[in-house]
Write a protein that binds this ligand. Sequence first.
Ligand code: BDR
Ligand code: CA
Length: 363
Amino acid sequence: PRKLIIDTDPGVDDAFAIALALETMSTEVEVLGLTTVFGNVRRDDATRNARTLVEMCALAGSWRREAGARLPVVDGARAPLAALDEDDRSGAGASTADDSAVLVADFVHGEDGFGGVRGAYETRPEESAVEHRAGREAADFIAEMCAKYPGEVTVLALAPLTNIALTFRRHPECSETMGELVVLGGAFEVNGNVNPAAEANILGDPEAADEVFGAFERTFVVGLDVTTRVRLSGAEIERLETVLRDADAVSPPRRCSNLLRAFLHDATQFYKAYHLRVADFDGIYVHDPTALLLALPHVRDAVFTFRRGAVRVALARDCARGAVFLDARRAWLFRNAWSDRPRVSVAMDVDVDAALRELRARL
Ligand code: BDR
Ligand code: CA
């Protein structure tokens, strides 16, 4: 299996991606750990949500192949790079910076990030499935894993790119040792979702995104151009619960894995209502799970169409902040601000039926 680190701000669609990676894709990917960052929620909530999910997945059973195995959940940045740089001058680390100015997406994912249902699903198992080492930072963990398994680790970035930028800043050798980077973010030829210019993960930390796109060639980016075309219907979400009821009636031992389904069903209700309000359809975009598909090379090649080129992010503090631009022209013909950047792969088209087939097979 591919070795995977998921950098995340859970988030309902993050929860789907993490649950898939840990549960149904455990023969395809080996999750080495989750790193958390502010985004949909504040960093501390992101960590708490990640831990809640891992405990649920451990109850469900399949990723925890060895008794007593624990999954690292590592704290990352609490605020964007610009704020951290400011704090650095005063000596604070990425994990401790002040996050009072961070804007969260409570109107999309609920105040707790899980559509208001986290409290009902928090378990306190006697033996936790999580290894939460306070004081260790996401960027250092990522670098440590890449050094341990050179060329084998895919980092799946589902949130603002602060942790990833810090990884390349503090550990430049990661541009050699990291296997691949998959980034969920950006709106290239379509409008953003925060405003017409910008998508949420990029706008969360545009400076970090611009640094990352300039740092690492084996990067695969998927943004709203593709992810807003991959939708689960309201009926499919309801089916998660139907399976729960049926299976409960016939097969009590399956109850644990169904706890996870019940959680996904319940957490999605608030997120679904947002889609009905804003995008006018009954269902949800599955941004983060779609990005997870890009971490599987055979699926990636079969399902998505990429354009390769240099990517930059608009950084001025005006209405275009967070917009992304891809220069896929033959760069050597034009010397410009894009020319010295690595050519990364941006998903511009998707076979929607094939993507949904891949997701449904794993749901
Ligand atoms: C991205 O922003 C967050 O709301 C989602 O979790 C996803 O990562 C979509 O723009
Ligand atoms: Ca996310």
